[in-house]
Design a protein around this ligand. Structure first.
Ligand code: TEU
Ligand code: CA
Length: 569
């Protein structure tokens, strides 16, 4: 595999609205991010992905862009962004912006023009179709609930919005529009960013080969994914986008694409793929609080392991997934993977070890390093997100009581991950000196960065996890080493090796609350990381024997090279 600069990235996602306020308006901003750069450097990451900071009416917190060329004044100015890029670079970090080009805001001047003349130049920038007074062009359901179509005034025209009603989908079939987008993308790259996280890009091509489908819910609508996700023909757009923009800058591109069939992985993220990397979605819909996994967290983690390992095998030697456990669209991982009563230092510290040493680009989300969790609300009005409201309405329509619907929202809403960052035990967690736009989790008094800048804390453990991933002695094996699953028969252990000439590294984690013993001997040369380090745990076997693990014990190991090295695979 040809080496690339971005193979060495370890990312940290920032949700700017909730990261750090610098001008006392209760909203996080770019100068606030700059103020916290030293702490990010201390954590050890070398790539920052900023969720959108462009001009936006904030119907979807910035994923609805009304001017691609401007920074929203709420977040600061173009000068602030330039300073952030410079200061991040000085600390060895590169900055990714979010690229949202499946849709704009309905406040974008293009859409304002389209409203006036749906058949005119700008009407052709969007996906507009004729329906009739009460009947939209088809019964697709928006990804965020309700019809995906919105009527344009009193006319027969409807516009498509796969996301909120304030996010009309762009018409990628229109070359003129594509040219505008490429120009814009190149302008941002000229500013010196390291690349983009690319939003919802799997949806840019739509297939209109049907009108209505049988309803799949009480709302009479149909989820329609296969007509607007990874649709045949999207490849042409993706190739063109890459050639006209990213490729010229050798930038890092990380796309949000779900459900790529194995036979297309190479086209997507192979050496000459459309993108450098894509998020691996394979665990995203696992939540021990909800759905099929309710109350079955151990089985769930075993299932996640099997899926992640299968994905690793599919990807071996082809390219790089981005591995992560949290983002701004999911509840926090302690709540998703572990019941409340099982959340403690040991269980939380084993979580990053599960994914940081897999093949791919590891990514953290703000607050993950201190173990932030969700803040269940008592009233639906305490949520701010439109998608969350739509889901709530959907649950009521499905026959749930208000209490049941709210419980489900508390257990699943993506807004749980969007509470303000907890920096210190000061008022409002040091996030702001005024009431934040979205209430901070009351546990900030104990769970905060300042309290965890000391030995034995979760954040310190995350620092070690990152440092070991970037340690020059092992880094090439983490990046380019082969992947070999181990202890796969176990329902408690998450074990694998990474091998490269002259080096065998391994991860061995007990993801359960009971002690565990390996089935096979592990030929340990050196323990590189152990979340029980601070305690006496002589139980661990060294040398040639089987390994006994404490509940939640997470080990990163260097193994002896031996004759088995070649026969294992
Ligand atoms: O999310 C897109 C989204 O909701 C995905 O789960 C989508 O269903 C997936 O692409 C399916 O393949 C992104 C952002 O992360 C989210 O915050 C925004 O609200 C959304 O796009 C709209 O911009
Ligand atoms: Ca602010």
């Amino acid at each position: 595999m040809r080496e690339k600069w971005w193979h060495r990235l370890v990312g940290y996602q920032i949700y700017p609205k909730s990261f750090q306020d610098s001008n006392s308006d209760g909203i996080g901003d770019i100068p606030g991010i700059i103020r916290r750069l030293d702490l990010l450097q201390e954590l050890g990451v070398n790539m920052l992905w900023l969720c959108p900071v462009y001009k936006s009416p904030m119907m979807d917190h910035g994923y609805d862009i009304s001017d691609y060329t401007k920074i929203d004044p709420m977040f600061g100015s173009r000068e602030d962004l330039k300073r952030l890029i410079r200061e991040a670079n000085e600390r060895g970090m590169t900055v990714l912006m979010d690229l949202v080009i499946n849709h704009t805001s309905d406040q974008h001047p293009w859409f304002q023009e389209a409203r006036k003349d749906p058949e005119g130049k700008y009407g052709k920038y969007y996906v507009i179709r004729k329906g009739s007074k009460d009947t939209p062009p088809n019964n697709w359901r928006s990804l965020f609930g309700g019809s995906a179509w919105e009527r344009m005034g009193e006319s027969d025209y409807y516009y498509l919005h796969l996301f909120t009603v304030g996010q009309p989908d762009l018409n990628w079939e229109n070359e003129e529009l594509r040219e505008e987008l490429y120009r814009m993308v190149n302008d941002w790259l000229e500013l010196g960013i390291g690349g983009f996280r690319i939003d919802a890009i799997s949806h840019i091509k739509k297939d209109f080969s049907y009108r209505n489908l049988p309803a799949d819910g009480p709302d009479g609508l149909h989820a329609g994914m296969r007509w607007f996700r990874n649709v045949e023909g999207i490849e042409t757009f993706l190739n063109e986008l890459k050639q006209r923009t990213f490729q010229k800058y050798d930038c890092f591109t990380l796309a949000e694409v779900d459900d790529i069939p194995e036979d297309r992985l190479n086209a997507y993220i192979g050496e000459d793929g459309y993108y450098c990397s894509v998020f691996d979605f394979c665990h995203c819909f696992h939540n021990q609080q909800d759905g099929v996994w309710k109350g079955r967290w151990k089985e769930m983690l075993a299932d996640i392991r099997d899926r992640v390992f299968a994905r690793q095998a599919e990807m071996e030697g082809k390219g790089f997934f981005c591995n992560y456990q949290e983002n701004h669209d999911m509840i926090r991982v302690p709540d998703r993977f572990l019941p409340k009563e099982k959340q403690n230092f040991y269980s939380l510290s084993m979580l990053p070890v599960l994914y940081f040493y897999l093949a791919g680009i590891p990514m953290l989300y703000q607050g993950q390093e201190i173990g932030m969790t969700g803040y269940p609300r008592e009233r639906i009005e305490e949520y701010a997100d439109l998608a969350t409201y739509n889901n709530y309405q959907g649950y009521l329509l499905d026959g749930m009581s208000e209490k049941e619907a709210l419980d489900k929202i508390n257990a699943t809403s993506r807004e749980n991950a969007r509470t303000p960052m907890q920096w210190s035990s000061e008022a409002f967690g040091g996030f702001s000196d005024v009431e934040p736009w979205f209430p901070i989790h009351p546990d900030y008094e104990v769970c905060n960065v300042e309290a965890q800048r000391m030995p034995g804390s979760l954040r310190e453990f995350f620092r070690k996890v990152v440092a070991l991933r970037r340690n020059g002695t092992y880094e090439d094996t983490w990046i380019y080493g082969s992947f070999c699953p181990r202890e796969q028969e176990s329902r408690q252990l998450w074990g694998f090796e990474r091998r490269r000439e002259g080096q065998r590294l391994a991860v061995l984690v007990n993801f359960s609350d009971e002690p565990a013993v390996t089935a096979k001997p592990w030929n340990i040369r050196k323990v590189l990381l152990d979340n029980y380090e601070a305690r006496e745990t002589a139980a661990r076997g060294e040398g040639c024997g089987v390994v006994v693990l404490q509940p939640w014990q997470a080990l990163v190991l260097e193994l002896e090279l031996d004759h088995e090295l070649h026969s294992f695979k």
